[in-house]
Each structure stands twice: as structure tokens, then as C-alpha cells.
Design a protein around this ligand. Structure first.
Ligand code: BG6
Length: 491
């Protein structure tokens, strides 16, 4: 098959930091189809040579080990560049010429939209106008991968889905959420549905509450132009955090296949209780790190949130009454993404009482998504030679120890291969995106109402505003941070 990947937005950060390194890594692992060509598209004029040099520098810059010069030379031959306005019919005609068969059989084309989102519709229309999206039986395929943000609210997501569906079938559309490409996120499904001993406990009878934290130590960096109009609710919660909620809460699909999986995820999203404005201040917290307003490109009176904590309820048979607390923030104490499943207390606390402990013990399962990838299970053990003294201990699994010599691949490696192979399991379907926007829009509506929680300032390098602790404190709970190399840091 004659395979081509066309990357729109090829002069941008995503292309050089993530996409081309991921493609190169797949090439080194011999996972790209034979005769794969990669065409970078952007307005900036570059020769093929200049584009290759730029990509070489970028890939060498992010490589964890020594740079494989021989492999790069072989890979670089597949890279070329086309400059122009990707949304214009003239450009589409030029691209059509470039895509004309190279004599290796039916043509398979993946168009990757890594541009500013306001260009998506124009690009798609121009491609359709030049018949570059049309599939015919036995003649390869045409697929479109779309980067986030997919809309900025329900109305714009519906409009974008409408535009796409005018010229593409849903099966041709791959909406990326790179969190789903992370090994540890996929391992959540393996952990839940490949093991028999946890699933019986995975419900309201045994789980007290769930916490999901996605904390970053970086600030907005050079993305203020985008970020200041976006905020963390749109940038992280509507997509990554809600995806994590669905994977924790979903039922087992009947088969491990895209639609079955996505049907179950949509059911979870539909079961999430909408937070009406009157409950906004009770169930949500928003914060902004100190100094955010003086960052370059940020409005001096910006009200954009860089932190949020939200209490969600999944109102179904399995999860009724079990809060899901989610939080995410920039400029937090560390980069840490983790999910904690806090189990209920034992029915009696005789051992805690005997040990004179005031903090009552609970079992906890912590799924560490990054950077300390693994799983910890916390349970109580007897302290030797100390009467009835007990102490919480950890049973640990770390990818790096159990799979020595197999470094975790970047999320984009897997996702790019899946798009090439036609597996949409790890991509979001239109109804998934729309339902998540409904949830996010509800929260935003509360933030724009008279019931809005104040925008709290929090110090850089902290765990967010005190109000986030109060959100759990009111329920007699506290935030958990177990995913450190030694586990149970916050226990
Ligand atoms: C992106 C957000 O989707 O995810 C960024 O737009 C954020 O703001 C990034 O920094 C975090 O991704 P990761 O993989 O580093 O957790």
C-alpha cells in the first residue's frame, strides 16, 4: 500500500516535539507500513532539505538515548514539505498532485490536523473539494486525525462535528486525546478487565470515593495566547480528566473494539450529574497561580483559571453516592498524574483503636499514570515486635522494574499507528466529545453566574488553593498523593 501522512501545522511545536519523533520511533521499530511518506504542510516556506534539518534537530533534542543517525538518514528520505495555505483550493490541487500514486498500490492517506482549530473546517472543505477525502472499495483509505481542542463548548463542537460529517463518515474521523495513548491509561483497562479479583470491589459497596489528579509543574510557557482564552476546564478537564473518569467508572465492553468501548464510556458521561449553578461554589473550585497575570501574553486582569478541583457524581447503579474528585493545575508542586481508589473502612476499627491512631485506616489503590508509572496497593500490616501496633504498607508495581529494558513509548506512537491501522478504540467519538462539553459547559455556566466560586490565587509550586482542600475537607476527606517513587507520600 502507498501510505502517506500529511501533517497540517508542520511548523508548529506539536509536529516537532511529538509527531515526527513518534513517527521516527515507529520507523525504528519497523512499525510504519512500507513506502510511508510524510508530507509536512504549513505557510512558512521551507525546502524539503530545510524541513528535514529542522525535524532532525527536534528529534535529536527529545531523544532519550543516543541519536540513531543511520536510521534517521533512512527515515528522512520519507519526509517532504509543501508550503501554502492548507485551507485553499489551490493548495489542495497542489497536494493532489503530490499525492498522486507512487506506484505502490492503493493509496492510504492520513491527514493530521495539528493547526489552530479555526482552520479545521477550511482544510477539510478544501480537501473534500479536491476529492481528497473520497474512499472507494479496495482503494486504500482516507482518514483525518484531529487534535484537541475539539471546539470550545458544546455549540462549537456540534458545529465542527456537523462540518466534518458533511464530507466524512464518522469512521474516517480520529479525534485525538493523547491521554488515551499513554500506556498507563490503557493499563487501567487491562487492570480492571484482565484481573478477576478487583472488579468485585469496584463499586459503591466497597469504594468510598475516587480521586483523579493531573498536576503539572510548568506554567503556560509560550502558549499564553491560546491558554488565556481557554483555561484548565477546557484544556484538561473536558478531555483528559473526563476520559480518565470514564475508564475508571465504565462497565466492561462486550468486546474489545472501538464502538463497544466507546458506548460504555458515553454511558458514564451521560450518568454524570450536571452541576447546576447553585451548586457551583459547593462542588467546584477555581484558582489562578500567583504571577499568572504578568506572564507574557496574559491579560493583566485575566480571570482565566489555571487550577480547578471538581466533585462529580456518576449516577448509576455501580457508583451512586461515590464522589469522584478531580483536580488539575499548572505550576503545582510536581508533575504527577494519578488515580486513587479509596476503599471503605473496615466495619470495625479495633486495630486502629488498639494502636491509638486517630486517622482511621483505609485500603487504597493508586494508579500512577506519570511520571512514576505503576500501581500501589495500600494495606495494613503488623509492626513486628510492637504488640498490636500496625502500620500502612504498600504493595508496588512499577513498569520500569517489571519490564526492564522496555521504556514506555510516547502516547503519540501508539495513536499514530492506530490511526494508520484503522483502530479507533483510543479516539473520541462525536457523542463522547459532545457529552463531555455538556458537563464542562454546565460548570462554566456556574462560574459565570452569581453563584460562582471566587477565583483563588495559589502560590507557584503548591498543591493549589486551600479551597481545594476544603472541598474534600467538608466531606471528611483529603487529597491523596501516593505516586512518588516510594509511595504513600501523602498518606
Ligand atoms: C495538553 C494540554 O493537552 O496536555 C497542555 O493542552 C498540557 O496544557 C498537556 O500541558 C499535558 O500533557 P502531559 O502528557 O504532559 O500530561
Amino acid at each position: 500500500m502507498d501510505t502517506t501522512i500529511v501533517i497540517f501545522g508542520a511548523s508548529g511545536d506539536l509536529t516537532s516535539r511529538k509527531l515526527v519523533p513518534a513517527l521516527f520511533s515507529n520507523f525504528r521499530k519497523h512499525r510504519l507500513p512500507e513506502h510511508t511518506r510524510i508530507i509536512g504542510v504549513a505557510r512558512t516556506p521551507f525546502s524539503d532539505e530545510a524541513f528535514r534539518d529542522r525535524m532532525r534537530e527536534a528529534v535529536a533534542g527529545v531523544a532519550s538515548g543516543p541519536f540513531d543517525e543511520t536510521m534517521w538518514t533512512a527515515f528522512a528520505q520519507s519526509l517532504s514539505y509543501l508550503s501554502g495555505d492548507g485551507g485553499s483550493p489551490e493548495f489542495a490541487a497542489q497536494l493532489a498532485l503530490r499525492l498522486a500514486g507512487s506506484g505502490h498500490g492503493p493509496a492510504a492517506v492520513v491527514y493530521y490536523l495539528a493547526t489552530a482549530p479555526d482552520l479545521y473546517t477550511r482544510i477539510i472543505r478544501a480537501l473534500a473539494g479536491a476529492s481528497l477525502l473520497k474512499e472507494s472499495d479496495g482503494q486504500g483509505f482516507r482518514r483525518v486525525v484531529i487534535e484537541k481542542p475539539f471546539g470550545r463548548d458544546l455549540a462549537s463542537a456540534l458545529a465542527l462535528n456537523g462540518d466534518l460529517h458533511e464530507v466524512l463518515s464518522e469512521s474516517q474521523i480520529y479525534r485525538i486525546d493523547h491521554y488515551l495513548g499513554k500506556e498507563t491509561v490503557q493499563n487501567l483497562l487491562v487492570f480492571r478487565f484482565g484481573n478477576a479479583i478487583f472488579e468485585p470491589l469496584w463499586n459503591r459497596n466497597y469504594v468510598d470515593h475516587v480521586q483523579i489528579t493531573v498536576a503539572e509543574s510548568v506554567g503556560v510557557e509560550h502558549r499564553a495566547g491560546y491558554y488565556d482564552h481557554t483555561g484548565i476546564l477546557r484544556d484538561m478537564v473536558q478531555n483528559h480528566l473526563l476520559q480518565l473518569v470514564t475508564l475508571v467508572a465504565m462497565e466492561s465492553p462486550v468486546v474489545f473494539e472501538a464502538d463497544a468501548l466507546r458506548n460504555e464510556k458515553v454511558k458514564v458521561l451521560k450518568a454524570i450529574r450536571r452541576i447546576s449553578p447553585e451548586y457551583s461554589a459547593r462542588h467546584t473550585v477555581r484558582g489562578q497561580y500567583e504571577g499568572y497575570r504578568t506572564e507574557e501574553g496574559v491579560a493583566p486582569d485575566s480571570m482565566t483559571e489555571t487550577f480547578t478541583a471538581i466533585k462529580l457524581h456518576v449516577e448509576n447503579w455501580r457508583w451512586q453516592g461515590v464522589p469522584f474528585y478531580v483536580r488539575s493545575g499548572k505550576r503545582m508542586a510536581e508533575k504527577a498524574s494519578e488515580i486513587a481508589i479509596q476503599f471503605r473502612r473496615p466495619p470495625t476499627q479495633i486495630l486502629d483503636v488498639a494502636a491509638g491512631r486517630t486517622e482511621l485506616f483505609t485500603n487504597r489503590l493508586s494508579m500512577c499514570i506519570q511520571p512514576d508509572e505503576g500501581i500501589h496497593l495500600r494495606f495494613l500490616a503488623k509492626v513486628p515486635d510492637q504488640g498490636l501496633q500496625t502500620h500502612p504498607v504498600d504493595m508496588d508495581f512499577h513498569f520500569r522494574d517489571s519490564f526492564v529494558g522496555t521504556p514506555l513509548p510516547e502516547a503519540y506512537e501508539r495513536l499514530l499507528l492506530d490511526a494508520l491501522n484503522g483502530d479507533a478504540s483510543l479516539f473520541a467519538r462525536s457523542d463522547e466529545i459532545e457529552t463531555s462539553w455538556e458537563i464542562a459547559d454546565g460548570i462554566r455556566e456556574g462560574w459565570e453566574s452569581d453563584y460562582a466560586p471566587p477565583l483563588e490565587r495559589y502560590p507557584r509550586g503548591s498543591w493549589g488553593p486551600a479551597a481545594a482542600d476544603d472541598l474534600l475537607g467538608r466531606d471528611g476527606r483529603w487529597w491523596i498523593h501516593d505516586c512518588t517513587p516510594h509511595g504513600t507520600a501523602g498518606a
